[in-house]
Design a protein around this ligand. Structure first.
Ligand SMILES: Nc1ncnc2c1ncn2[C@@H]1O[C@H](COP(=O)(O)OP(=O)(O)OP(=O)(O)O)[C@@H](O)[C@H]1O
Ligand SMILES: [Mg+2]
Length: 179
């Protein structure tokens, strides 16, 4: 089974993906590393710009029929049996990305993306089997257990578990830099 783990930058994809791969005995695959290895990314400044169509094709060829966890914020564009969309309160995303030294503009872009459910909406557009998980205030191990219990219960679609709209006032100061 191919399971992709997606979500806004800093939401905890790599942390969960590695735990999940270990627990299920699946291979862990980072999209970034895969793209570099296969030469399907272009370096633009410090960032790697990935051709999503080429990525999806290359990953399909490589992993069809295998048991893998695919980690990355583009992983919902890769054909998968199950997409896990991690969510975290925009305040947590802000704290984590600030700690990484993200410039204000990039911080705002990602907080806004989490606030308005960008990745979830994209994932739903791509795949029927989407599990949305709110990680806010949960330890990685608790997130892992929640994912495993849904998988083991045979649940393949569960969306609509968060709504950040009541936090608008709180996160507005972060968004203001986007004129
Ligand atoms: N459930 C959690 N609770 C608290 N902190 C967490 C949790 N999951 C991850 N973190 C922490 O948040 C930070 C970001 O986690 P991680 O690197 O897994 O995110 P990511 O989604 O893979 O980020 P990126 O998009 O940049 O690859 C790390 O410092 C990690 O330790
Ligand atoms: Mg990561």
């Amino acid at each position: 089974m191919i399971i992709s783990v997606t979500g806004t930058p800093g939401v905890g994809k790599t942390t969960l993906s590695k735990l999940l791969a270990k627990r299920l005995g699946y291979e862990y695959v980072s999209i970034k590393e895969f793209a570099v290895e296969k030469g399907i990314g272009t370096k633009v400044g410090n960032e790697l710009e990935i051709d999503v169509k080429k990525l999806a094709e290359a990953m399909s060829r490589e992993f069809r029929g295998k048991n893998v966890i695919i980690d990355g914020h583009l992983s919902h564009f890769v054909p998968a049996d199950l997409v896990i969309v991690l969510r975290a309160h925009p305040r947590l995303i802000a704290e984590r990305l600030k700690e990484r030294g993200y410039p204000e503009e990039k911080l705002a872009e990602n907080i806004e993306a989490e606030f308005v459910d960008v990745v979830l909406v994209e994932a739903i557009g791509e795949n029927e089997n989407v599990l949305e998980i709110d990680t806010s205030g949960k330890e990685p191990k608790e997130v892992l257990d929640e994912v495993l219990s849904l998988i083991h219960a045979g649940i393949r679609r569960r969306v609509g578990v968060v709504d950040w709209s009541s936090s608008y006032e709180e996160i507005l100061p972060y968004l203001r830099v986007r004129a």
